[in-house]
Design a protein around this ligand. Sequence first.
Ligand code: RAM
Length: 351
Amino acid sequence: MKKLISLICVASLLLGLVGCDKQPGNTASNGEYQPPRKTSTYAIVVKDRNNQYMQSMISGFQAACDELGVNAISNGPDTPSAAEQVEIINDLIEKEVSVIAIAANDAEALSPSLQIAIDRGIKVVSLDSAVAASGRQLHIQQARPKKVGRVLIQAAAEIIEGSGKLAVLSSTENAPNQNDWIKWMKAEYDENPDKYAGIEWTEIVYGNDDSELSQAKTRELLEKYGEELKIIIAPTVVGMEAAAKVITETGSNTKLTGLGLPSQMSKYFTSDDGICPWMYLWNVIDAGYLAAYAAHALESGEIKGDPTDVFMAGRLGAKVVDDAEDGGYEVLLGDPIKVDKKNILIWESAY
Ligand code: RAM
């Protein structure tokens, strides 16, 4: 069968037909491949531009756009503000971009503007942090929120051997992704009272993905609960780095886990009994890369964005559209990756 498909491809190429080469482009009359003209502009809008995580996501998005032969532009506020994201969306609608890929600072607040974008024919996908189902065509889900939330509190319990106080250092109060993960952490905690009997869930504090504020919030937690605070879970890379810094500076015995960037966290993974024995993340670059391919599949008509639709996502291979927890549709990147002392050196040079 494979042989037959290859033969058809070769024959088609010889006849100057398109469609069998993996790269989008054209075959000129002399048979030579010509890259497509860059007529489409794909925009990625991040939560905030000062976050290294967002910059890595942009780089993956741009790499995919280069492969697809489309223009890539990126934007985002200086701080994680939904109101500023709305202004950016409105500007992109004016500019008549082909695609908006957005990491939402608020699920609902962005929806009306994004609906206008969709009505004007712009393909809209969210990534990293989902916009409400009504304001997008697809969400690029880095890992199932249920898995992320459960695995974080399971890790915390294991690290502190089932006993002591726990606190959560999050990003902003309205962040769709962090709130989703915290919801599942809490569900895991509440559904398993025996397992977590020795652990007291104290409170959630918000550092707004601002390093200074996140450090201040960590200091407050350490002062308030003292040595009884056995662990902080930070489901944000900014929070992770800030908490690690403060715990190290103060010499506290409080442990840390969460979602951290290997490049920022590797210096805290120097010994087995270090402040952060292990944490989780996913391939941030791939999240951006997948968003561009998913949007391209929508734009080219390869998919409509319905469940079970399948498209080719470049080096990531075939990806399938699935139902999302929020009632919309999504494309899953993979599972949360456990990052520990052994493998952090592999990841730290990438992101
Ligand atoms: C922060 C951002 C982002 C989140 C990561 C883990 O940098 O809030 O949305 O996915 O952490």
